[in-house]
Design a protein around this ligand. Structure first.
Ligand code: NAD
Length: 505
């Protein structure tokens, strides 16, 4: 127990190492807020390098046995984990709401999308099938197998504290690796609950470990010689740093970064449908989604009716604590983040944009807790901070352009390339956009095109550093390495010395 900002005692959130809760010994803590109330509800222990080493050592010790466990047994445990997470959906959602602030319905969606990854990993015996070539040469067969890497680490952001770890550890563990998770220090509790479920599913101690911490823990994971691969999801500057540091240290890395997702609306679009989608994708989860729409690109005369349709809907969004029924949008994650988002709204008019709806004036912004209403900014242009920066809050900008080509250049010139969407009734235009656009995930009349778990998730440009996308088939490839075997069985009758380079005979 430690004390909060008002001197009250609050619980301490520990690590999970080798199948046990393990109290942090570093003496360093970070507050875990209840964003809906604006109060500290717990303190999380921040690992020092020695505590990271303990978790990596536990994972290293568990690896040989886990790797040798038959595939069907590993699949069986993933099935059991699937059932346990399914049975505990509402408990996980409640934990998410209490520390992140998102609504219970939204938290339930997060659990469902994470669970898809556990379901995918249940097919690991099929996913790890290699290739076999009989008679590559006379009496010679060639085959490829995929083997796990060893200890792998996952470093995750605050906005999806259940789903993003599942993106990573489901395939990592199913492939036979052992895992060290470093969750966001802002909402760390769900990682421990998942660890308990993993243990109940029969996955041996040490296969999954959690170290709570901040950059000190991350830096140790990046340099630790026994960590073979690092998966990261978070903001672009940190993703770039993770990629550079861990690759220099010889590790395999996939580092997913931030986003600025554009929704292109053509003049023939269904205005009501586009407005519904813009509201849902911009303000859902208070805009704290890497696939949130933050910019609407309105082509030609669609801008005015679209803005009117968005305005009609925007003040109907119910804002309040995520655990109260009926609320559609909760608070932001911290007071500092809320104030940072509000500062972009404050600056917009001085930069020459038009503030159509000011979220700071919404009554919810006066509540205790880190609330801010939805903002809508018109006549946004590149060069303005509200266009150039990832705001990561409930702020939607509108850029007006005359033509499709102008819209396409705007999107392709943006440094980020995570998600985008086009709204139109014209199939040819949509197909052309799919062909032209330099973005990793594209929605056609779908505003948040997060791929299903049997595809892979990843942006382009500054939204992803590394070669492979996350989860799905790319995830299986990321967490395994190929081994090629060329074999001949002894046949004394054909054996002879041959110093030439091997070739087909
Ligand atoms: P963040 O980059 O601040 O933190 C992510 C992780 O990195 C956390 O575990 C944190 O403890 C750690 N970290 C923070 N500062 C660090 C430092 N200096 N050195 C080493 N590690 C550090 O991100 P966040 O605020 O938790 O999450 C929001 C960001 O994540 C947004 O930019 C969002 O777009 C991005 N995101 C991207 C995706 C995607 O799939 N591309 C998904 C979710 C979130």
């Amino acid at each position: 127990m430690t004390t909060d900002n008002t001197g009250n005692e609050v619980r301490t959130i520990d690590h999970w190492i080798d199948g046990k809760f393990t109290a942090s010994q570093s003496g360093q803590y970070a507050p875990v807020w209840n964003p809906a109330l604006g109060t500290i509800q717990a303190q999380v222990g921040l690992a020092d390098a020695g505590e990271v080493d303990l978790a990596v050592a536990a994972a290293k010790k568990a690896f040989p046995e886990w790797r040798a466990t038959p595939l069907s047994r590993r699949a069986e445990t993933m099935f059991r984990l699937r059932e346990l997470i399914d049975q505990n959906r509402s408990k996980i959602a409640a934990l998410l709401t209490s520390e992140h602030g998102k609504t219970l319905a939204d938290a339930g969606g997060e659990v469902a999308r994470g669970l898809e990854n556990i379901e995918f990993s249940c097919g690991v015996p099929n996913l790890l099938k290699g290739g076999f070539t009989e008679q590559a040469s006379r009496g010679v067969d060639v085959y490829q197998i995929r083997q796990p890497l060893g200890v792998v680490a996952g470093i995750t952001p605050f906005n999806f504290p259940a789903m993003v770890p599942m993106w990573m550890f489901a395939n990592a563990i199913a492939c036979g690796n052992t895992f060290v998770l470093k969750p966001s220090e802002r909402d760390p509790s769900v990682s421990l609950f998942l660890a308990e479920l993993i243990q109940q599913a029969g996955i041996p101690d040490g296969v999954f470990n959690v170290v709570q911490g901040d950059k000190i823990a991350v830096e140790r994971l990046l340099e630790h010689p026994d960590v073979k691969a690092v998966s990261f999801v978070g903001s672009t500057p940190i993703a770039r740093h993770i990629y550079q540091t861990a690759t220099q240290n010889g590790k395999r890395v996939q580092a997913l970064g931030g986003a600025k997702n554009h929704m292109l609306v053509l003049p023939d679009a269904d205005i009501g449908m586009a407005a519904d989608a813009a509201i849902s994708a911009a303000y859902g989860s208070a805009g704290e989604r890497c696939m949130a729409i933050s910019i609407v690109v309105a082509v030609g005369n669609v801008a005015q009716p679209l803005i009117e349709a968005i305005c009609e809907r925007i003040n109907k969004v119910k804002i309040g604590p995520g655990n109260e029924p009926g609320n559609e949008m909760g608070p932001l994650i911290t007071c500092e983040h809320r104030d940072r988002v509000a500062s972009y709204v404050a600056k917009a008019e001085t930069e020459g944009a038009n503030l159509v709806v000011d979220g700071r004036a919404n009554p919810s912004a006066q509540r205790e807790g880190f609330f801010l209403g939805c903002s809508l900014i018109d006549n946004v242009r590149p060069g303005m901070q509200c266009y150039d920066d990832e705001i990561f809050g409930p702020v939607l900008g509108v850029v007006r352009v005359e033509t499709y080509d102008e819209a396409l250049s705007l999107i392709n010139d943006n440094p980020y390339g995570n998600g985008t969407a086009i709204f139109t009734r014209d199939g040819g235009a949509a197909r052309q956009f799919q062909f032209d656009v330099e973005v990793g995930m594209v929605g056609i009349n779908v505003p948040i095109p997060v791929p299903m778990a049997y595809y892979s998730f990843g942006g382009w440009k500054a939204s992803l550093f590394g070669d492979l996308h996350m989860y799905g088939p790319d995830g299986i490839q990321f967490y395994t390495r190929a081994k090629l075997v060329t074999s001949r069985w002894p046949d004394p009758g054909t054996s002879k010395v041959d110093l030439g380079f091997p070739q087909v005979r």
